[in-house]
Design a protein around this ligand. Sequence first.
Ligand code: TXA
Ligand code: MG
Length: 340
Amino acid sequence: MKTKILEINSKRIDLAKIKLAAEEIKKGNLVAFPTETVYGLGADALNEKAVAKIFQAKERPFNDPLIAHIADIKELYRLSQQVPPVAIKLAKVFWPGPLTLVLKKSKLVSGIVTAGLDTVAVRMPEDNIALSLIRESETPIAAPSANLFGRTSPTTAQHVTDDLDGKIEIIINGGKTKVGVESTVLDVTVEPVRVLRAGGISVEKLKEVVGQVKISKELKEGFRSPGMLNSHYSPQAKLILVENKEETKIEEVRRLASKYMTQGFKVGIMAKEENQNKYGRFEVKVIGKGTELEVCAANLFTILRSFDKEGFEIIIAEGLKEHGLGLAIMERLRKAAAPK
Ligand code: TXA
Ligand code: MG
C-alpha cells in the first residue's frame, strides 16, 4: 500500500483534503491525524473490521483498549448510557482538550474497541484537524497513538511515517503537536474519580474542578494501568532514569554515563537546561527548563525518538519534579526505564 501524505494547516483548514481523509474513514480504512497531544491512528469506531485494522497496523495486542474521539458532546450519550454529572462537569471545563473519560459503555460500542471491558474511553480532542476529520467522517473515531506497539508516541508526521509508512492509507501532516504527551485517562465510574494515566491535564487542575481525585496505585508505583503494558513509551535504546535528589543527581548521571561509555556504548544524557553544561564531554539533549514542565512534556517524545535515530544505545535521563505535567513525564520515563 502506498501511504498518502496530506499537508494541512490547522489554522486554515483545507476542507477538501479533510473530506478526502474522511472518505477513507467511512470506507473502513486507516488515517493518522494530529491531535493536540500526539498523532492518532484513526478508524471508524463503530466499524469492527476497521478497528481491527488499527491493531494489525500497530502490531498492538487486542487486550489494550482504544479511545473513541468525538467532536460533539451529544456523541458521549451515544457511546455511554450512564454519563455521571461529574463527567459533564469535567467535559465542560476540559473539552475539547487532553482529558479522556472512562465511562460505562453503551451497546453501540463493540468489545474490540474496549478490549472486552464494559467501559469505554472517550475524548474530544482540541486540534482543528482532528475535530473536522471527526465531523466529516460522521462517526466517532477510535484512535490509539499512531506508533508501532511499544514505541514512543509520535509528535510529528515524520514519526508516524517512520513507524507506519506503507501500512495505512493516509497520514495528515499538521505539524508538531502542542502538548506532546497523551491525554490524562480518568475513570469517572468510581467515586472519587481515579486517574489511570497521567497526561496533558494535571491532577492539580482536575482537583480544582472536582475536589477529590485518586491516583491509581499502579501509576504511583510506576506499573501498568489497566490495559497499559510496560513496554509503552520505550525508545529502542536502554533508558536509565535517575531519580536522585538534586544534590546527588548530576554526580549519579555522570557516574552512569562514564560507566557505560567505558563499556563501549554510545551514551546520551537527557538533561534539564539548567544542567546542560555540567556534563562536559558527554552528549546532552536538553528537554527544557526544569521549571517549564509544559515545554519539557512537549519535547519529551521528540527527544527520545531523536536519540534512537542517532543510534544511541543508552539514555541516562534526569528525573523531573512530579507536579503539573511533571507527573505525566515521569510516568512515561518510568515505563520506558522498566525492564522489558
Ligand atoms: O492523547 C491521547 O490519548 C492519544 C490521542 C491520539 O488521542 N491517544 C492515546 O491512545 O494515547 P492509546 O491507545 O495510546 O492510549 C489509550 C489509553 C491506554 O492506556 C488504554 O489502556 C486506556 O487509554 N484505556 C482505553 N480504554 C480504557 C478503558 N475502557 N478502561 C481503562 N483504560 C482504558
Ligand atoms: Mg499509545
